[in-house]
Unconditional design. Structure first.
Length: 342
């Protein structure tokens, strides 16, 4: 049996009716790893699973997956598969959404010309996913807390995070698509999910948001070294970090007064950005300098360049052209000035 405390059929139907997808139901009640590790979920599979936990589901038609699952009110469609109907019914799509994502990743890697022997997977989800999951938990407690099957501690003991659920789904598919193993590797695949509308609404509901905005604007105004790409990522990271900390500091009673229970149904999915990062590469060696007019590093005095070129720039041009790195640091032992004879 998957999870002894899986909710009865009427509770499952109600969760589906308020917009919670099948994967999030499995995930919240501790049955995700073995019940949802497949890329597609059929109606018969979900019905047979329910029969194991609720006798009232046996022999009857299952309408569980007839609910519009275009977007889950918890994960915003991040975990939602393309639902394949049983035999005799034309499927919505011949390829699961997980396969579509992995195909996009594989094509981008080939297009960029990366050479990899493995990969690590990084996933970033909007903080509103955690907020909506908490809202559903509190709603379940409020609605079913008096029923015998409900146990308040079931969520904290069994829940798998949406991030880990997605990793469990997508890592094996990526391994198959790329032909390499997932693990601790210098090549990192980053999946960044965002939902601007929901995130803005969530931030407006949190207390003391104006203080955080002023501090963030002050930091951004004082730091002129950041480029736009880094700054956007840093701002997003800081905002999500603030929201997570704020949610942790809010008691359940206050949370219920701030947020709608259950969360509103979602019609717009998350936006996905796929990016790749490579850990810094260390290249060591020796060089023979044949001209005294070539300095070791770029040498500028009073805005006037000294010397024809530098060893640093010559090596940098060759290495960066091959590695396509975003930047570099040059370290050398000893020092030789171009205006000093040794």
């Amino acid at each position: 049996a998957a999870a002894a405390s899986f909710p009865p059929l009427h509770a499952v139907h109600h969760l589906l009716s308020v917009g919670v997808c099948v994967r999030c139901i499995f995930r919240m009640f501790g049955a995700f790893s073995h019940a949802c590790s497949c890329a597609s979920l059929t109606v018969s599979f979900f019905h047979s699973f329910l029969e194991e936990h609720d006798d009232s589901a046996k022999g009857g038609p299952c309408s569980c997956l007839s609910t519009d699952e275009s977007c889950c009110s918890i994960c915003f469609g991040i975990l939602l598969p393309t639902c394949h109907q049983d035999e005799g019914v034309v499927p919505f799509d011949d390829i699961s959404r997980i396969d579509i994502i992995t195909s996009m990743v594989s094509q981008a890697i080939q297009r960029e010309g990366y050479q990899i022997d493995g990969f690590s997977l990084e996933i970033s989800l909007p903080a509103v996913v955690a907020a909506n999951e908490r809202a559903i938990r509190l709603y379940m407690k409020e609605k079913y807390g008096s029923e015998n099957w409900f146990k308040d501690e079931m969520f904290s003991q069994q829940t798998m995070s949406a991030k880990e659920g997605l990793r469990l789904l997508i890592a094996p598919s990526l391994e198959k698509q790329l032909g390499v193993k997932h693990g601790n590797n210098s090549f990192r695949i980053r999946l960044t999910y965002t939902h601007d509308d929901a995130s803005l609404k969530l931030k407006s509901l949190l207390p003391n948001d104006s203080n955080r905005k002023r501090k963030a604007e002050s930091r951004e105004g004082n730091d002129t070294r950041r480029n736009s790409t880094y700054d956007d990522k840093q701002t997003l990271s800081e905002a999500d970090s603030f929201i997570h900390k704020s949610l942790e500091g809010i008691q359940d009673k206050e949370f219920c007064s701030l947020f709608k229970l259950p969360p509103e149904k979602v019609s717009k999915p998350c936006h996905l950005v796929i990016s790749f990062l490579r850990s810094p590469i260390y290249i060591g060696g020796r060089y023979l300098k044949l001209s005294r007019n070539v300095s070791q590093s770029c040498w500028i005095i009073d805005d006037e360049r000294m010397g024809e070129a530098s060893v640093e720039e010559i090596i940098k041009e060759s290495v960066c052209a091959i590695s396509r790195g975003d930047g570099y640091k040059f370290h050398a032992a000893g020092r030789e000035d171009i205006d000093v004879r040794l």
